[in-house]
Design a binder for this molecule. Sequence first.
Ligand SMILES: [Zn+2]
Length: 503
Amino acid sequence: MNAVLGVTLQGIQALRVEVEVEITGGLFVISIVGLPDASVREARERVRAALRSLGVSVRGRVAVNLAPADSPKEGALLDLPIAIGIAHAMGEIRVKRPSIFMGELALDGRVRRVRGAVPAALLARTHGLPFFVPGGNAAEVSLVKGVEAYRVDHIRDLFAHLKGDGALEPIVPGTCAEEPHEPDPDFSDIKGQAAAKRALEIAAAGHHNILMTGSPGSGKTLLARALKDILPPLSDEELMEALLVRSTVGLPMDGTRRRPFRSIHHTASTIAICGGGTNLRPGEISLAHRGVLFLDEFTEFRRDLLESLRQPLEDGFISVSRASGSVTYPARVLLVTACNPCPCGYWGDPVEPCRCSPGAIERYRRKLSGPILDRIDLYVTVPRLTPEELVQAGGEEGEGSSRVRERVVKARERQWERWSSMGFQCNAELPEKTLRKQVRLDTEGKRFLREMATRIRLSGRGVSRVLKVARTIADLAGDEDLSTMHLAEALAFREGGNLPWTS
Ligand SMILES: [Zn+2]
């Protein structure tokens, strides 16, 4: 193995790149093999200038080979290993132990923050190699346990370290607070909306995707944001997964175990949401991994975009293809969608009348019955509060998010005990067969469900959904058996909810 190593990213994985340098006499020229043209030009300039800032002037014909040559590479994070490789070949420094270097060079020799430091740290740990990383990436790298990492703010310090003149500071392992963070917003900050809060509690407990309908200004967005804080805090493993995705796009972590919340607008591109692009990056659905993905104004989203979310919602990962093959990003999200009940937005509003024609409402219904709806378990109406209700609700403090989260955590534990041996974590994941076999009803429950299914014309899929949601409601209550009470509450959140065409 060559002593000077860099990395390139493939999905959320870092691959090792060996930097081989050969210098022969003649006129000065640097040629870099294994990088796309534009990056080579830029890297060449940065590397030469940074070395010059140390008084190292590069002469002769410098050939840099980045192996393996066939894997695609992005330039900037390879600046540092290329510079070290050249200085090593010139005899300016000796890299005695094979090490991984990463960083973008400024012309004056400063080392800039790059994306992908966490996957690179994991690679260094796997191979037991020392890892030299920009100071700007030190915080995220400190969360990777068991890696020998050093922060480099200037190439001068790295030279000194390799010459044995001055030692770089090793990065001290950090931790993410185990304590639950402050909810923002807290459930108690949201006035009224008891049904919506209850629906969100059930969604959080059983990992059920949810649709909220309500007039503009009813607080759907606020409620969606509150959902992330009634979910259990990220576990160690989940934290590392979220960290990997964020590091790949160059986003820092906030130092808590707060679950991600990503809100996407209907004008966003498929690449922005699903991932891809020339400089391959994960999309919003992956940034929301282990957290909440919020689609506001759901009916405005393009059909093809919703179609492309179907598979990841089912599988928990998303594959992005490109010329050189495809990469996979994690994408296990809790989906929250929201929309108006009708085109004008005021159907069912306590004050404002709905001005929509029956034709307009029918067209809206068809728009809403798009490709994602079969992934949604819970439907809830979020009414705008009347002035009287606002005054009333203002007086009392509702239950806080941390109390709700405690119930959610207990319900999750119950599901884990019941399903983990079958390979499931949450009620929402149960396939049809398991559901019918494992979620049993007594005679009374069966009779009740049959009656309701006939009366409100529930489809087979609708019945399964009611069963799953009822199972979660029972888990929240700590009940082992499903009762008609659990079923009745689940039915209140059934498909369609309270919309113009269901009432
Ligand atoms: Zn309307």
